[in-house]
Design a protein around this ligand. Structure first.
Ligand SMILES: C[S@@+](CC[C@H](N)C(=O)[O-])C[C@H]1O[C@@H](n2cnc3c(N)ncnc32)[C@H](O)[C@@H]1O
Ligand code: SF4
Ligand code: SF4
Length: 356
């Protein structure tokens, strides 16, 4: 689950679904998770879950981020995953702690699998100086532990300079001496709409998915060690415009985080769901309110204080409420409605598109 520690940020990305919060400052009540609330109410309820990601806004700007990270590491169960979504522009004291955490004396001692999810920007969303800083931060993490960091890209327009983004990331891996034959994963997501806030962020229209997929397949050819990982939906129309001789490249796409996309010629004989994952990601905001995911943050599913523990049972209860909402309160639109993949392998990209 994703814990949203604060809603403020030091960037203002055009696609960001957290954008509406960015005018708020650090001290606005309800926009930042109270440290006592985190220790007393939140952590005891989530300490047994298998995956926690800190999210924001920019979570590393939370005034007590270091204390929150340290107490979470001490409290989580062995073999659990802990992650930090970040844009890389973090205070030095936080960078120091995170570098220690990925190092040999860090999370590994507690058997926690810890990773940094670094959101890599285009020039439209970051200054040259800050971008350079992100590169230094990335190199510092990879230098400490080659498995400590995964780059993320947001697919917000077919006009964005995705090639430069991939070339910069590839250069970082080549400079650190990635052995030939070894691959690296880049986390990708189309920029989804935010329900009720359509005007505030740039989104990738579903009709552009095939063109975006075309560009991604070309990039797989250009960078042979690159693979793409989609965390939630993998809209199959992304591959509508590829040729038969390119089919072998499809195995370099992963969906629902770690499943390789199967051989495209065998899709029709398999029971596949490339749509919104069965497992709810579950975002929890600064005051403990729970949402299925950020595009649906206007649809509250509960509050952590409604439950003794935010465990599988609690999540299933909230996810059932979410599924009722998305399947009963709206319908798919074009191009999904007449798409051959719709309700066969795909539930319309992201449910949020049906609400805008
Ligand atoms: C909201 S950010 C917060 C953490 C941090 N500031 C960062 O940029 O990673 C977390 C993730 O959400 C993604 N994101 C932001 N807006 C999005 C949108 N409209 N659709 C899909 N993902 C989005 C970002 O690319 C990032 O990977
Ligand atoms: S994506 Fe991250 S870095 Fe960009 S504005 Fe949103 S919260 Fe900030
Ligand atoms: S249902 Fe929509 S998102 Fe899914 S493959 Fe078809 S057009 Fe793409």
């Amino acid at each position: 689950m994703n814990l949203i520690l604060n809603s403020y940020c030091n960037l203002k990305c055009n696609y960001c679904f957290a954008d509406e919060y960015m005018e708020e400052n650090v001290k606005t009540p309800g926009k930042s998770m109270d440290y006592e609330f985190f220790i007393g109410e939140m952590l005891p309820r989530v300490k047994n879950v298998t995956l926690i990601n800190f999210m924001g806004g920019e979570p590393t700007l939370h005034p007590r981020f270091n204390d929150i990270l340290s107490s979470t590491l001490e409290t989580m169960q062995p073999f659990a995953y802990l992650g930090v979504f970040t844009n890389g522009l973090m205070p030095d004291k936080t960078l120091d702690l995170l570098l220690k955490t990925v190092g040999p004396e860090g999370s590994i001692q507690r058997q926690i699998q810890f990773s940094i999810l670094l959101n890599w920007q285009t020039k439209e969303n970051i200054s040259e100086r800050n971008h350079q800083r992100c590169r230094e931060v990335a190199e510092a993490f990879l230098g400490e532990n080659a498995n400590s960091l995964m780059f993320s890209l947001n697919l917000y327009s077919v006009e964005q300079d995705l090639e430069t983004q991939c070339r910069e990331i590839d250069a970082i891996y080549q400079d650190m001496g990635l052995p030939e034959g070894q691959s690296y994963k880049i986390r990708v997501s189309p920029a989804f709409p935010i329900v009720g806030e359509q005007e505030n962020n740039v989104t990738l229209p579903i009709k552009d998915f095939p063109r975006m997929g075309r560009k991604m397949v070309d990039l797989l050819k250009e960078f042979p060690q690159l693979t793409f990982r989609f965390d939630c939906s993998f809209p199959p129309c992304l591959l509508d415009s590829i040729n038969e001789e390119e089919f072998p490249l499809v195995e370099r796409f992963f969906y629902h985080a770690n499943q390789p996309v199967p051989d495209i010629t065998k899709w029709k004989d398999q029971d596949l769901n490339f749509g919104c994952s069965d497992d709810s990601p579950m975002d929890i905001g600064p005051t403990g309110d729970c949402f299925n995911c950020f595009p649906f943050h206007d649809f509250k599913l509960g509050n952590v204080q409604d439950f003794k523990e935010v465990n599988d049972i609690a999540v299933k209860k909230m996810h059932t409420k979410f599924l009722g909402h998305v399947f009963e309160d709206t319908q798919a639109k074009e191009p999904c409605k007449s798409c051959p993949h719709y309700m066969v392998t795909c539930t319309s990209g992201c449910f949020a598109y049906n609400f805008v």
